[in-house]
Unconditional design. Structure first.
Length: 284
């Protein structure tokens, strides 16, 4: 029996156990997957204990995508380049860190290159999700400029310095305040929420100011999948903007992890059906 888990703090909103246990059952695998809420002061002590207890892999979510790295033996090229890890595979004595968020972001955004290329993109957030998003934007698209609005000044500076060294795309930052955000929204074509603002249960929150100047030619992408329709996306839809929820990103990052752990392809259609049913049920 192999065991897997998602680690984070808090973790109650996650549907990762539903996704992976559904996939394990689809193939008849004798594996289990659960959510492990670990307080920040215990992270580096608890993970090795879980491995001793038989856990062979972990998904990593807020706030640990950068903090788990001291435990890792090897980083994938994507994890190293992005500076964030959202999946760990333990084999014998080695701990391998991956960033499967990158595959999820790419799968979500690749149909929208026309909106992204040669236009300005505003990325709200400077954590692990933002790192995966900026990685994809700088490696797979050609935006005219990427603006990062992070709540932490230091994390924003570090993110920009990491990517500026290897990208020809202009990267800048703005302060995370209503005036700066609104001025940037006016000149941006794509707006991406890479923060947990608006995630269940705080569904009335949005990273945007109440008077954000949203337009019908905007593209809004929210990395949050729970709820599917966040306030951020609903505000965009009311302005006539094109909106993308975080479910595709969530499924395809999970599919990458599932493949690494099992060598099998996740049954995408089955998983999407199951997760959509859970999400619809949770809003009733």
């Amino acid at each position: 029996m192999q065991k897997f888990a998602i680690i984070g703090y808090p973790i109650k909103q996650t549907l990762s156990p539903v996704m992976h246990n559904t996939a394990f059952m689809f193939y008849g695998l004798p594996f289990t997957y659960e959510a492990k809420e670990i307080s920040p002061d215990r992270l580096l002590a608890v993970l090795p204990e879980l491995v001793k207890d038989g856990f062979a892999g972990f998904n990593v979510t807020i706030p640990y995508k950068e903090k788990v790295q001291p435990l890792l033996t090897t980083l994938s090229p994507e994890a190293q380049a992005s500076g964030a890890v959202n999946m760990i595979h333990v084999r014998k004595e080695e701990w391998f860190g991956h960033n499967t968020d990158i595959a999820g972001v790419l799968k979500t955004l690749e149909p929208y290159s026309t909106q992204i290329d040669k236009n300005q993109v505003l990325v709200i957030g400077a954590g692990g999700a933002a790192r995966a998003i900026v990685y994809v934007l700088t490696h797979n698209f050609t935006p005219a400029r990427i603006i990062v609005a992070g709540r932490s000044v230091q994390k924003t500076k570090t993110l920009l310095s990491n990517f500026k060294a290897e990208s020809q795309i202009r990267l800048d930052s703005i302060d995370f305040n209503p005036h700066s955000l609104n001025e940037c929204i006016k000149i941006s074509k794509v707006i991406i929420n890479a923060t947990p603002i608006g995630m269940f249960p705080n569904i009335d929150d949005s990273p945007l100011p109440p008077d954000a100047p949203l337009r019908k030619d905007h593209l809004l992408f929210d990395s949050i999948y729970h709820p599917l329709r966040t306030k951020f996306l609903n505000d965009g839809a009311r302005a006539g903007a094109l909106t993308l929820d975080g479910l595709t990103m969530f499924i395809y990052q999970g599919a990458e992890a599932f493949h690494v752990w099992t060598g099998l392809d996740m049954p995408i259609d089955k998983i999407r059906q199951t997760l959509t049913a859970h999400l619809n049920k949770s809003v009733k």
